[in-house]
Design a protein around this ligand. Structure first.
Ligand SMILES: CC(C)(COP(=O)(O)OP(=O)(O)OC[C@H]1O[C@@H](n2cnc3c(N)ncnc32)[C@H](O)[C@@H]1OP(=O)(O)O)[C@@H](O)C(=O)NCCC(=O)NCCS
Length: 200
C-alpha cells in the first residue's frame, strides 16, 4: 500500500489510477443520490470529463488536498476526504468528506479520517483554523464534526435547497491551539505510528 497517512484501521493517500476509472467505486458514488441527500453535489449529472477535470484540478492547484480513505485490511477505497478552500496566507481550510462504501458506515471511519487529517493540517500544513459547513438537517455529519472538535460558529440561513425546502448551513470551526490541547491525544491514537509522520 502507498504510504501517506497511515492509521490503525484506515489509511489516507492520493488516489490511484484505478480509483479514477468509469467503473471505479468513486465514480459510482457520485451517481448515488442517497449519498447526496444533504449536500450540494448532484445538481448536475456526473460525467467522466468533469470527474477527471476535478481530479486534475486537485493535482495542479494547491488550494485542495484530496485523499482517498482506504481500509487497511482489504485495501478497498471506501471514501474520500479533503481540505478545500486552502488559504495559505490566512492559514485556514475547510474539511470535507464522503464515505462512499456503505458497508463501512457507522463504524467511526469518518471520525478517524477527520481526526488524522486535522492533526496533519495543524501540525504539518501549519493551519491556524479548520472549518466546515453542514446542513442543519444532516445530523450524522454534524455529529461527526462535533466528535472531531469543531464547534458551531454561526449559520448561513436558508443556504441549501434540498427536496423543495431551504435549509440553514451550520458553520463550524476549530482553532489550532485549543484543538491540539483537547483533541491532540485522541487524534494521535488513530495513527499506526504517529512518529512515522511526526518525528519528535
Ligand atoms: C455522514 C457520514 C459522513 C458519516 O460517516 P460515518 O463514517 O458513518 O461516521 P462515524 O461512524 O464516524 O460517526 C457517525 C456518528 O453520527 C451518528 N449518527 C448517525 N446517524 C445519525 C442521525 N440520523 N442522527 C444523529 N446522529 C447520527 C452516529 O451514531 C455516530 O455518532 P456516535 O459515534 O456518537 O454514535 C457518511 O455517511 C457520508 O459521508 N455520507 C455521504 C456524504 C456526506 O453526507 N458528507 C458530509 C457532507 S457535510
Amino acid at each position: 500500500m502507498k504510504k501517506f497517512i497511515i492509521g490503525k484501521e484506515i489509511s489516507l493517500h492520493g488516489l490511484r489510477s484505478k480509483d479514477l476509472s468509469e467503473d471505479s467505486p468513486y465514480f459510482n458514488w457520485l451517481d448515488d443520490l442517497s449519498l447526496d441527500i444533504y449536500t450540494e453535489r448532484s445538481y448536475f449529472p456526473n460525467n467522466l470529463k468533469s470527474y477527471r477535470s476535478y481530479y486534475e484540478h486537485t493535482c495542479e492547484n494547491s488550494d485542495i488536498l484530496l485523499l482517498g480513505i482506504y481500509d487497511n485490511q482489504s485495501g478497498k477505497h471506501i471514501g474520500n476526504i479533503s481540505f478545500q478552500h486552502i488559504n495559505w496566507i490566512n492559514r485556514n481550510a475547510s474539511i470535507n468528506y464522503m464515505l462512499g462504501d456503505k458497508e463501512f458506515t457507522g463504524k467511526g471511519i469518518t471520525t478517524q479520517a477527520c481526526l488524522m487529517l486535522m492533526y496533519y493540517g495543524f501540525n504539518k500544513l501549519n493551519f491556524e483554523r479548520i472549518w466546515a459547513g453542514v446542513s442543519e438537517a444532516h445530523l450524522a455529519s454534524q455529529r461527526v464534526l462535533q466528535k472531531v472538535g469543531l464547534v458551531e460558529e454561526g449559520k448561513k440561513r436558508k443556504h441549501i435547497l434540498r427536496q423543495g425546502n431551504y435549509y440553514d448551513v451550520i458553520m463550524m470551526g476549530a482553532i489550532r491551539e485549543e484543538w491540539i490541547e483537547k483533541f491532540g491525544d485522541l487524534a494521535r491514537s488513530c495513527f499506526r505510528n504517529p512518529k512515522e509522520i511526526f518525528p519528535e
